[in-house]
Design a protein around this ligand. Structure first.
Ligand SMILES: [Zn+2]
Length: 97
């Protein structure tokens, strides 16, 4: 379940009931145009979750904040595609019909 709260103390995940978004306080983007967690706490839109997991937040129909949650799920930089795919001794043009 989700419950209204006015503090981030002791929580890992905090929901914004206004936008139905859940934030990961461990990775929260505290920049000015970041998650604005403190802003929605002040506005009275903050909710905590029982239990305090991302799974639970999703069950409550909160969507993951792209700034702090998908951050940990982003793929690492793709390998440089311009790297030599075939070495100098790689396959020659032998695939003619
Ligand atoms: Zn966030």
């Amino acid at each position: 379940m989700a419950y209204l709260t006015s503090s981030r103390e002791g929580k890992r995940f905090l929901g914004n009931r206004d936008k139905m978004e859940v934030h990961d306080l461990k990775y929260g983007d505290t920049n000015q145009d970041g998650c604005r967690v403190d802003e929605f706490i002040k506005s009275g839109h903050a909710v905590g979750f029982i239990i305090d997991t991302l799974d639970q937040a999703h069950k409550e129909r909160y969507t993951s904040c792209i700034r702090c949650i998908n951050r940990t799920e982003k793929p690492v930089n793709p390998p440089a595609s311009s790297a030599t795919r075939f070495g100098p001794s790689g396959p020659q043009q032998q695939m003619r019909p």
